[in-house]
Design a protein around this ligand. Sequence first.
Ligand code: AMP
Length: 297
Amino acid sequence: MLTLKSPQILQETALRWKRECKIAFVATMGCLHEGHLALIDKAREFAQKTIVSIFVNPLQFAEGEDYSRYPRTFEADLAKLEEAKVDCVFAPEGDDLYPKGFATRVQVSKITEPLCGRFRPGHFEGVATVCLKLFQITQADFTVFGEKDFQQLRLIQQITEDLNLPITVIAHPIVRDKDGLALSSRNRYLSAEERTRALAIPEAAREMRDYLRSHAFATVGEVRELALKRLSDAALQVDYVEVASSRQLASPSPTTQVAAIPDARVFLAARVGHTRLIDNLSLAAGPAGLERPERTP
Ligand code: AMP
């Protein structure tokens, strides 16, 4: 397994590989868990060479967020990637990707405005900028993103469509712990008591979904109330609970029937102590929604 920090050397290597085979790429911020490894397994199905980046991108953290304390477990990550038979790990330093004089930002409107866009100023601009750079550097034909960060996945799909990028974006379902909590590097921050309270997030989403099974005409307002109550009972601080179409991400009025929203999905963000967690779940009936199994490791 190659470990590189230079964008130039990786791009030269990738251009050489590209003459003979397909390349798949998975972007991560490290502190790898089974969710990341599932994305990597999926990536390997599509290409002969797999590249994984480990980079805690300063551009996507707002003032006061957890950039400096974000968990960094580089040696353990390398061992996992070696075992996952990754061909190349790209682990640049900040200066390698943003040298002095770096002045470009990628801005995407509309889908970046609701949900996390309202609470994390500059976040999606940082994500869009680093991902466009990473796609250029890795020359990837395929890239896998997790539905855990659904708005980020939609952003990447939007950029590749809008800018005609020659890369296919593959979505991977959320990987959850046995108790239902979505795996996340940030789960490490949680104390045992906080982790138990955090379970209210996936439970609230499932409660909304179950309610819709027996109340086909339920409105957005009605199911939101259920979830808000569940989260406040667990003493979580809610950033948002929104029901929106998986494509547009914009929330309709509370009186709209959930069944009338195409490919409806619930999006949740809440803070447990100092840790901010996000989750989402499809509320759409049928094989693409309710019945689709999610993976557990
Ligand atoms: P991160 O390291 O948190 O930036 O995540 C890197 C990639 O892994 C992103 O595409 C995430 O959506 C994806 N990811 C993180 N956690 C999960 C999970 N529990 N299930 C599926 N994908 C995930």
